[in-house]
Design a protein around this ligand. Structure first.
Ligand code: NDP
Ligand code: MG
Length: 414
């Protein structure tokens, strides 16, 4: 096995007995109320004889958190917003589930002894809890791609130091992870991540400029949380995924490619030096990569629709258009620059997407805001080496302030 991820056995305080079970026995879900969290709990619910849910967390969806904690009979439910503690406590009264609230409690949830943590908080807000889980060793199923984008090398050093077994949940990276099992790094020519192209794939620039929030949130193939759906519309998502892949797999930046594939059936292609190209195919349903993260190296049943290629009949591929989707170029430049540049890119993008969802800016302003924040951060010396988690967190906070300044000034040049 050659990938940088998951090159250690499931151990530390893990409880998996490989001969007897296909899935880890004890699982924590960070971000349990979101799209990935819900898919994870759905999957676990279908294997409830084998899996115990230990802790579930959310930010502010207190009713939903309480309900999912009750449904999966978790031991601990943590709401990030401390003001919601009373509501959570009331909703869980009469059960054996312990309620808790606040950032420290999120860290405590991440540190509960488990076989596997599914890290599905959205954004750099997930960094601290996810690192806390990684530091405990055991298995980490990573959906929270912003962790790797922001903290990259620092995050991977934490993972290596703890002997944590990292398995990507992002569908393209799960695909690459599966394909690369027996490969040695010298044999890889390149890795191609596919992209659906999002709702604006065929739209001319003028139409994208006038796109509404509802239109951006209408993803053609995947049902996901709002932030990643907007990232897919701008194609920043694929840019973030290039950076994610750089840290997960033993390749250089020039070995990372992307290809638009509107059907979202082929998730990744790996080209080898002998001319072979291996791909992973599946219907677009995150329960497949989540199942891989939970049960690898074995396979657990997932309710994903069976792939019927005769019915699908055509798989098509096209190049990504960086004119209409400038976020791709910005992400690639930040990836090549390294250091804290991807952390600035990510923070600015989070501010921009939030502003877009609030109706304050238009689609092209998202990339414009990210580009201007990166320029401004560079001038102020914010783009530098990334030595430790504290440096990254500080850079993330400063980049957010900067992005908000740029946003307040207006006059974004798309
Ligand atoms: P959602 O927005 O649906 O869910 C996010 C989860 O994180 C919710 O449980 C939310 O709680 C919680 N959360 C939000 N903000 C905070 C915070 N500040 N502190 C603690 N918890 C917080 O996101 P998705 O499930 O779509 O995505 C999760 C991650 O997985 C993202 O990084 C995304 O890029 C990645 N991913 C998602 C895919 C998908 O299909 N959805 C595919 C591939 C990757 P609350 O409900 O209370 O807000
Ligand atoms: Mg993806």
């Amino acid at each position: 096995m050659i990938q940088r991820a998951a090159d250690t056995a499931c151990h530390a305080h893990g409880h998996v007995e490989a001969e007897h079970c296909d899935v880890p026995k004890r699982v924590t879900v960070l971000g349990a109320t979101g799209s990935i969290g819900t898919s994870t709990l759905d999957l676990i619910g279908r294997h409830e004889h084998a899996v115990e849910v230990i802790a579930v967390t959310a930010h502010s969806s207190v009713e939903k958190l309480a309900q999912c904690a009750l449904d999966c009979r978790a031991e601990l439910a943590v709401i990030g917003d401390p003001a919601l503690y009373g509501q959570l406590k009331d909703a869980l009264s009469g059960s054996n589930i312990k309620p808790a609230a606040g950032n420290d409690a999120l860290i405590e949830a991440a540190q509960m002894p488990v076989d596997c943590t599914i890290a599905a908080i959205v954004g750099a807000a997930g960094l601290k809890p996810t690192v806390a889980a990684a530091r405990c060793g055991g298995r980490l199923g990573l959906a929270n791609k912003e962790c790797l984008v922001s903290a990259g090398n620092v995050f991977m050093e934490e993972v290596a130091r703890a002997g944590c077994e990292l398995i990507p949940v992002d569908s393209e990276h799960s695909a690459a992870f599966q394909i690369l099992q027996e490969a040695d790094s010298d044999s890889i020519e390149n890795i191609t991540l596919t992209a659906s192209g999002g709702p604006f794939r065929t739209w001319p620039l003028e139409r994208i400029q006038a796109a509404t929030c509802d239109e951006a949130l209408k993803h053609p193939n995947w049902s996901m949380g709002a932030k990643i759906t907007v990232d897919s519309a701008t194609m920043m998502n694929k840019g973030l995924e290039l950076i994610e892949a750089l840290h997960l797999f033993p390749v250089e930046t020039d070995q990372l490619c992307m290809l638009v594939h509107p059907q979202s059936i082929v998730h990744c292609l790996v080209s080898f030096i002998d001319g072979s190209v291996l791909a992973q195919l599946a219907e677009p349903d995150m329960r497949t990569p989540i199942a891989v993260a939970l049960s690898w190296p074995r396979r657990m049943a997932a309710p994903t629709k069976k792939l019927d290629l005769a019915k699908i009949s055509q798989l098509t591929f096209e190049s990504a258009d960086e004119e209409r989707f400038p976020a791709i170029r910005l992400a690639r430049e930040a990836m090549e620059r390294g250091g804290t540049a991807p952390a600035v890119l990510n923070a600015a993008n989070e501010v921009a997407v939030a502003a877009f969802l609030e109706g304050r800016i238009k689609v092209p302003d998202i990339a414009a805001l990210v580009g201007e924040t990166l320029d401004s951060a560079d001038k102020r010396g914010l783009v530098a080496g990334a030595s430790c988690l504290e440096t990254i967190l500080e850079c993330d906070a400063n980049a957010r302030l900067l992005a908000k300044e740029v946003l307040a000034k207006g006059n974004l040049v798309a």
